[in-house]
Ligand binder design. Structure first.
Ligand SMILES: Nc1ncnc2c1ncn2[C@@H]1O[C@H](COP(=O)(O)OP(=O)(O)OP(=O)(O)O)[C@@H](O)[C@H]1O
Ligand SMILES: [Mg+2]
Length: 301
């Protein structure tokens, strides 16, 4: 039977060395799981380690310790990675914040979309690579006339759709989206987020979704993990987290979220926080089903 857990990151740590003596600990024994068919959100202030976590999941950064299991394969183990290379290269796809830099400006859209399939020697399901590219473009809401355009001839939202179409060609199981809409304006953001939701509903993709905009995370994600200095301080089903935040850091993050009611919005108080004084030690304790909060005391994890 297929396991319910698609990806499991277990105690991953990673430090970047800035010089011979200085380093920054981007991930600190981070653990989280992504279930099949769920949208898992990672939130946290800038520099909390979200992108590094996403990069570890994609094998773009190798954590210095800890393990990540994907479909039961330890992707941090070079031997297991090598033995399952094809599965790992096709079934995980990443969508970046700024597709301008992730799309080759000298290639036409049709070739950009088909390129990963060509590299992986995947036979196009719909006959030719071009037909496959056209199908995926239509699927993500882009007209076929853009097939022969260059990225510079498209708008930011259209380029992001090209990046999504390219990922979908590979028939992935897991989509890792690192601030995929941050560079777009608000109405286009909503369109792309709705597209993600549609993809999830229709295909049951699993997502690792990273965003600064918490209202988007609330709308899209099934479960959310709150990252502080490279470790989770809280994790809960989305609605539970937004309605009943427990950790002071989560409360501070949520206090920055705009409210739809103008009177409440005017009276909204930002909760300032000083990361140095916040508890990122202690252990994760379950306070209600599926809702975990890091609390001091006990052995550290
Ligand atoms: N390639 C790198 N070299 C050196 N330090 C890095 C590198 N990548 C990340 N870092 C550092 O690791 C820490 C975590 O960075 P990361 O990019 O994962 O944060 P983030 O949560 O994605 O932030 P943001 O919300 O600003 O994108 C930061 O202190 C950052 O400066
Ligand atoms: Mg980032």
């Amino acid at each position: 039977m297929e396991s319910e857990i698609l990806l499991s990151a277990q105690n991953i740590s990673h430090s970047f060395y800035l010089s011979k003596t200085a380093s920054v600990r981007a991930l600190d024994k981070l653990s989280f799981e992504i279930r099949r068919g769920e949208i898992y959100g990672l939130v946290g202030e800038s520099g909390s380690g979200k992108s590094t976590a996403a990069r570890c999941v994609m094998n773009l950064v190798k954590p210095q310790s800890g393990h990540i299991f994907y479909e039961g394969v330890d992707i941090t183990d070079p031997k297991q990675f090598g033995a399952n290379k094809r599965l790992l290269q096709t079934s995980r796809q990443m969508i970046f914040q700024d597709s301008t830099s992730s799309l080759n400006g000298r290639m036409k859209v049709a070739d950009i979309i088909a390129e990963p399939m060509r590299i992986a020697h995947m036979a196009p399901k719909r006959g030719t690579y071009r037909k496959e590219a056209a199908f995926q473009m239509k699927y993500v809401g882009l007209d076929e006339i853009y097939l022969d355009k260059y990225p510079a001839e498209l708008s930011g939202g259209q380029r992001q759709r090209v990046a999504i179409a390219r990922a979908l060609c590979m028939e992935p199981e897991l989509l890792v989206a690192d601030e995929p809409v941050a560079s777009l304006d608000v109405s286009i953001q909503a369109q792309i987020v709705n597209l993600f939701r549609h993809l999830q509903d229709e295909h049951g993709f699993s997502f690792l979704f990273i965003a600064h905009d918490l209202s988007m995370v609330r709308y899209l994600c099934d479960r959310v993990g709150v990252l502080l200095r490279g470790k989770l301080v809280e994790e809960a089903p989305s609605e539970e987290l937004f309605q009943n935040p427990q950790h002071p850091y989560t409360k501070a993050l949520l206090s920055a979220m705009p409210l739809p009611d103008p009177i409440r919005e005017r009276n909204r108080k930002l909760i300032p926080f000083d990361a140095d004084t916040l508890c990122s030690q202690g252990v994760m304790r379950e306070v209600s089903p599926g809702h975990f909060v890091r609390t001091e005391g006990g052995e550290t994890a």
